[in-house]
Design a protein around this ligand. Structure first.
Ligand code: MRU
Length: 399
């Protein structure tokens, strides 16, 4: 079994110095004893989004699992469109893609002065910010890129230097996401027992992050890599079918046993005693621990409470939005009705029928057993535990 728990070794974009320092420390700690393990890990890693010399390379998630096709995006507008159309989706993956898109856009700006570059960059940030409203990782990544611009502008009048720093920052966000998910996976693994069956909703795996481990699936991979046997039940996740298409695809690729059920089977399956824990991802977590995630998550949380099954939310610190007091303030994306009436281009509903398509719902904090982050595991009362993990005092949280 492959087991390389240092994502920096797996990245094409890590500098050779970063890689050799990490590799040396791994070799000396005995965690990685053969160079071939590294190559094997790299080949197996699911690469959701990558920075290349030609542009930003993404796997087209709309076509999975029947077609494994990679797109090369050559402008920030193409990246924004890819986020909107769900070529790339999942909160951390959206954040990483947006950061790379902004770095790409800035590098292509014809503005030679810092002021011209700044005008262009502001516009790009606005376009990126209008792609999807719920995942806070998008706005978090845009703000980090803006902050990088502000910081560099204070020290240079050379637009070329700022462009280079923006690329470095986007790559840093990418690497940090890989590392955060490995850390989160290690914390989460402690909550999973050998032989457990875990139910998950949507896809919070490698495909929903920069690649490699994922968040909810990172907990499952963390348990697997800690030597525990884990099986997964994946809700199909209507209407976009992330569970059926993406979670099943990536777990099967990773040889983790997975069984797919339709969303309306979850109650029956829990009642029959087949589920030991539920682990889901999140798109935005408010200061009080209320968590927005894919539509249907709330229903799963209610069922888990009814059947006394622990319900865990796994998300990196970048998914926290401590400026929001509760989940009531989280904007919920309403998507095209055609996602409900059709499966791909095949129409199932009668013409003209009224449809609703909220893409997310909010699970109230009282239904959440714990929130697993890359900094540790938070438990109720979340206002205190989350702000402590995020390194902010609860009483300084913006309202
Ligand atoms: O609409 P999507 O596919 O972007 O929604 C994805 C989810 O709801 C995920 O569970 C969430 O972003 C966490 S991904 C690590």
């Amino acid at each position: 079994m492959w087991n390389c728990d240092e994502p920096l070794l797996l990245c094409e974009t890590a500098t050779s110095k970063q890689r050799s320092t990490t590799l040396l420390s791994y070799l000396s700690s005995g965690k990685l004893d053969r160079r071939e393990n590294h190559t094997e890990c790299f080949k197996r890693m699911i690469k959701t989004v990558e920075w290349t010399n030609e542009g930003i390379r993404m796997i087209d998630q709309r076509l999975l699992p029947t077609e494994e096709k990679y797109l090369m995006l050559r402008s920030y507008e193409e990246v924004a469109e890819a986020i909107k159309k769900m070529v790339v989706r999942g909160a951390p993956a959206i954040g990483v893609s947006a950061a790379m898109g902004l770095a790409l856009g800035a590098s292509q700006s014809v503005g030679t002065s810092v002021a011209d570059l700044e005008d262009d960059f502001d516009h790009m940030c606005k376009v990126m910010g209008l792609t999807r409203p719920t995942a806070v990782n998008l706005f978090w990544a845009i703000e980090r890129m803006r902050e990088t611009f502000r910081r560099e502008k204070a020290g240079t009048q050379d637009a070329g230097v700022i462009k280079a720093r923006l690329i470095e920052e986007a790559l840093k966000i990418f690497h940090e996401d890989l590392q955060a998910n490995r850390a989160l996976g290690r914390f989460g693994a402690e909550l999973i027992h050998d032989g457990d069956t875990v139910l998950t909703h949507c896809n919070a795996g490698a495909l929903a992050t920069a690649g490699d481990y994922g968040t909810a699936l990172g907990v499952i991979r963390g348990a697997r890599d800690a030597g525990k046997r884990v099986a997964v039940i994946a809700d199909e996740t209507r209407p976009f079918l992330q569970g059926l298409r993406l979670t099943a695809w990536e777990l099967a690729k990773d040889n983790i046993p997975v069984t797919v059920i339709t969303d309306n089977m979850a109650g029956h399956v829990m009642k029959s005693g087949k589920v030991n824990a539920v682990v889901v991802g999140a798109d935005r977590i408010a200061a009080n621990g209320d968590a927005a995630n894919k539509i249907g998550t709330y229903m799963v949380a209610v069922l888990a409470r009814k059947h006394e099954i622990p319900f865990y939310v796994a998300a990196p610190i970048s998914t926290l939005d401590l400026s929001l007091k509760s989940g009531q303030e989280i904007p919920i994306e309403e998507r095209d009705w055609k996602e409900v009436t059709h499966i791909r281009d095949y129409q199932l509903a009668p013409d003209g029928v009224d449809v609703q398509n909220p893409a997310f719902d909010v699970t109230p904090n009282e239904l959440i057993t714990a929130i697993i982050t890359d900094k540790g595991v938070a438990r109720a009362p979340y206002e205190a535990s989350l702000s402590e993990l995020a390194g902010t005092k609860a009483d300084s949280v913006k309202r």
